[in-house]
Design a protein around this ligand. Structure first.
Ligand SMILES: Nc1nc2c(ncn2[C@@H]2O[C@H](COP(=O)(O)OP(=O)(O)OP(=O)(O)O)[C@@H](O)[C@H]2O)c(=O)[nH]1
Ligand SMILES: [Mg+2]
Length: 247
């Protein structure tokens, strides 16, 4: 039985996927497992994943999806597989390790300490003593987006888009991943809306944001200006779809 399963969506990541940190993470605790979700990478990603699985076969799964449907569906399928196991915590992390694997325990500590909490979201807050390294442009675009997301959801959330999130294996979490997300690149906002919807008045104790100690932007981002400009429309749609605030 695994205590913690991390889902890693991977798409054409051969150049930035190094087996070493993943294998260290698994070797440090045998109750941890990884599920890599690859939906049709055309580079050498699968070969790197096979290397990891060969070194830690009992703790590594590779879930291959037949066609490329984007990060949201990759994460969702991986999470459904993880949550179907008898696991205590399941979460997801970006393959570029912008949030290093050492940060996972910060989220785990939060869920350990708060039995009522079902989700811990990593949050990239530039505080003194933390290393949150990001270009100014990405930082300020991110702040504009986060402010709009907070307004759309009527929730005081600081960072919906961080690629590291951890969940307790509870019915509300399983329900939040049960059906495809309607929005593609801001599925994190929709996921938060679903969780908030089921939490109702308990939202503050169910969903916790945890400021990360380290986060570093890596490589070129696939986030395009077009997506950023379309974001307000997607946010408005999520607001309409999940009307928990008006209950
Ligand atoms: N399986 C799968 N994974 C994807 C897909 N698109 C992105 N990912 C993964 O999702 C994670 C985050 O990727 P992106 O959202 O493209 O982020 P990025 O290019 O690092 O850009 P930042 O937003 O700056 O972090 C990485 O692990 C990607 O490999 C996809 O279509 N399928
Ligand atoms: Mg990244």
């Amino acid at each position: 039985m695994s205590d913690l399963i991390l889902v890693v969506p991977v798409y054409n990541e051969a150049s930035r996927l190094d087996p070493a940190p993943w294998l260290e993470f698994l070797a440090a605790d045998r109750s941890r497992a990884l599920i890599f979700v690859d939906d049709g990478s055309g580079d050498g990603t699968l070969a790197v994943l096979e290397t990891i699985r060969a070194a830690a076969p009992a703790q590594t799964s590779i879930l291959g999806l037949p066609e490329n449907r984007g990060k949201a569906e990759a994460v969702r399928h991986g999470m459904l597989q993880a949550l179907a196991a008898t696991v205590r915590y399941a979460g997801f992390i970006d393959a570029d390790l912008s949030a290093p694997l050492s940060e996972v325990s910060l989220l785990q500590v939060e869920l350990d300490a708060r039995p009522a909490a079902s989700a811990a979201f990593g949050s990239r807050v530039k505080l003194l003593g933390r290393q949150i390294v990001r270009s100014e442009r990405r930082h300020y675009l991110g702040r504009i987006f986060a402010t709009c997301a907070s307004f759309a959801l009527s929730l005081p959330v600081y960072d919906t888009q961080c690629g590291l999130k951890l969940f307790r294996n509870t019915p509300d979490v399983r329900a939040a991943f049960a059906t495809a997300f309607r929005s593609k690149w801001i599925f994190d906002v929709e996921l938060l809306a679903r969780l908030a919807d089921s939490a109702g008045a308990d939202v503050a104790s169910r969903i916790r944001e945890v400021p990360l100690q380290h986060w570093e932007e890596r490589g070129s981002s696939r986030l395009r200006m077009r997506d950023f400009l379309l974001a307000p429309f997607e946010l408005a749609r999520i607001r309409r779809l999940y009307p928990y605030r008006r209950r």
